[in-house]
Design a protein around this ligand. Structure first.
Ligand SMILES: Cc1ncc(COP(=O)(O)O)c(C=O)c1O
Length: 365
């Protein structure tokens, strides 16, 4: 019998979340952002759940090839563009759209031989200082790109650094508008937080939006707002079972480093899930967990393959009980990945992406 740990992907939740985001997006078309193995959900199940997207945005050519092999004929966008010249050959062959964020990528395009001119997304660095041309350099990059016979249409694009925080997006939208306002072409703006928190700023100028995390049912601005507030459903559940029960007396300790001490008599369960499964080692005592759909807490340090949970108030729980680390319990109760991530000092993004390869994944439905 395999270890009882299991991840479940919920395509129905992906469908519902996409519909929710589309409703917020006005007339803009929606990319399903499926980079990083669809934020850990697996490219194939994510594709199933997100078929209604207008296109898929990703990074790896190999993932783009897989989507074409699944017979996706619609738009595919490489968010970091080409890394070397021969990537452009695959773009031509598979009809991939690609970001151009630096002069070197324009140089590569200028040398590329293609019968089918490319659709490119010219990226502006409007404040993130990661990829893209500064507003002052944007127009000359556009002019150079626009003159190339290898280029068909140019979409203007930028990415927000603070859509989830107090700084917001207005300053970046202003910089973007000022530099692109009189240039022809569509516009692509907006991650999940921008779309949900700043719909007014974004709707004004976006033809294409690029939500990622919200599609997967995680709140882009937890703890300010939780997924329920945004009407999002978890697309991933990580569940396991209690594989042992221990009875503690006052003064007994739990796990490596003995960093939890029982204040009195307690009953604890040992759950088959640890950091080697992708559960964050930094989650302290008190991190929420559902056992048989009821909320309780972890105790002591997370070890490689196991976590201790408090069963003192759950007398019906014992050996074999379901433990939901995040997502939806069989009873329907939900524990948001954001809460667990927050307890561990990180974000839902990291937990999804870090689901370990040893965890078997099933797709619901
Ligand atoms: C260029 C770009 N667009 C869109 C997204 C999606 O962002 P989010 O997952 O926060 O919605 C990302 C993710 O990092 C990105 O890098």
């Amino acid at each position: 019998m395999p270890r009882p740990i299991q991840a479940t992907i919920h395509p129905e939740a992906l469908r519902a979340n996409l519909a929710r985001l589309r409703a917020a997006a006005g007339d803009a078309r929606v990319w399903g952002v499926v980079k990083a193995n669809a934020y850990g959900h697996g490219l194939v199940p994510a594709f199933e759940g997100l078929r209604a997207a207008d296109g898929f945005a990703l990074l790896d050519l190999e993932e783009a090839q897989r989507l074409r092999a699944l017979d996706w004929r619609g738009p595919l966008l490489l968010l970091e563009g080409a890394f070397e010249t021969r990537d452009l050959e695959l773009c031509s062959r598979l009809g991939l759209w690609h970001v151009v964020h630096c002069e070197e990528q324009i140089d590569m395009l200028a040398l590329h031989k293609t019968h089918a001119p490319h659709r490119v997304f010219l990226k502006m660095n409007s404040g993130m200082n990661r990829l893209g041309f500064k507003p002052s350099a944007y127009r000359s990059a556009w002019t150079r790109l626009n003159a190339l016979p290898q280029v068909d249409e140019i979409t203007h694009m930028t990415h927000f650094s603070d859509a989830d925080g107090p700084l917001g997006v207005a300053h970046q939208v202003r910089a973007f508008e000022a530099a692109t306002g009189d240039l022809p072409g569509e516009r692509s703006l907006s991650n999940s937080a921008a779309l949900l928190r700043h719909p007014g700023d974004v709707a004004l100028s976006a033809d294409w939006i690029r939500p990622g995390i919200a599609v997967y049912g995680s709140s882009p601005d937890f703890p300010a707002h939780d997924a329920g507030h945004w009407g999002l459903l978890p697309a991933m559940t990580l569940a396991s079972r209690v594989i042992a029960v221990q009875h503690l007396q006052a003064g007994d300790t739990v796990g490596y480093g003995s960093n939890f001490t029982a204040p009195g008599a307690m009953r604890i369960g040992i759950v088959a899930c640890g950091y080697a499964d992708g559960y964050p080692r930094h989650c302290p005592t008190g991190t929420p967990v559902l056992v048989q759909g009821r909320r309780t807490r972890t105790l002591g340090r997370v070890s490689m393959d196991m976590i201790a949970v408090d069963l003192t108030e759950l007398p019906e729980a014992g050996f074999g009980s379901e433990a939901t680390l995040w997502g939806r319990a069989s009873s329907g109760q939900v524990l948001s990945i954001d809460e667990v991530a927050h307890a561990g000092g990180t974000v839902g993004y990291e937990l999804m992406c870090a689901l370990a390869p040893r965890v078997p994944v099933q797709v619901e439905g």
